[in-house]
Ligand binder design. Sequence first.
Ligand SMILES: Nc1ncnc2c1ncn2[C@@H]1O[C@H](COP(=O)(O)OP(=O)(O)OP(=O)(O)O)[C@@H](O)[C@H]1O
Ligand SMILES: O=C(O)C1=C[C@@H](O)[C@@H](O)[C@H](O)C1
Ligand SMILES: [Mg+2]
Length: 189
Amino acid sequence: MQALPNLFLIGPMGTGKSTIGRALAAELQRDFFDSDHVIEQRCGCNIPWIFDVEGEAGFRIRETQVIDEITRRQGVVLATGGGAVMHPTNRRLLRERGVVIYLSTTVEQQLRRTARDRNRPLLQCENPEQRLRDLLEQRDPLYRETATLMVSTDRRSPRSVVAEIRRRTRRYAGSTAYDCPSSLSGYSF
Ligand SMILES: Nc1ncnc2c1ncn2[C@@H]1O[C@H](COP(=O)(O)OP(=O)(O)OP(=O)(O)O)[C@@H](O)[C@H]1O
Ligand SMILES: O=C(O)C1=C[C@@H](O)[C@@H](O)[C@H](O)C1
Ligand SMILES: [Mg+2]
């Protein structure tokens, strides 16, 4: 079997990184990691608790440790947290160690998909829609800078998104992570 480089999913909250990542890994028969879940497992508590006790800064330190560890592996699928690209070290590790897929959707979809879940502390505010818009404005250049390719999940089934990712990453089979192009900056979609 040909080697498959790591596949890393990045993008805003509710774009489907965890959902798509799990399905993609199952289809490809690869190990799947979700950095948010790994952090929670290690800590023995949930993300809101970590934000409460350690602040966002404490969470980000944990996130960088987990991303460094997981991205050292070979042939894995990793769903990152929505803010993983905030730290320059994470951006570098992701770019250098795998094919990075930026999942996107509209803010309206993000809002719908995250509305019932209380596990995202950054959205526990008066105006989560505005928060999502602000975060997107701040982070979109960072997602683009880090990503190899961009895939929309807007009004699409996870199945169709997984099929597109498989099709568009097939060309990287057999290459090491380090051969992969590393940035979408300067491209428009
Ligand atoms: N393509 C899709 N179509 C419809 N619903 C979806 C799709 N992808 C994910 N969802 C739903 O949206 C919700 C959020 O998805 P998910 O947790 O995968 O997002 P995420 O990008 O991992 O978010 P976070 O950054 O907060 O971890 C889930 O309830 C999931 O079932
Ligand atoms: O967008 C973010 O900053 C976050 C997204 C989630 O995946 C979690 O990593 C956490 O709630 C922070
Ligand atoms: Mg997730």
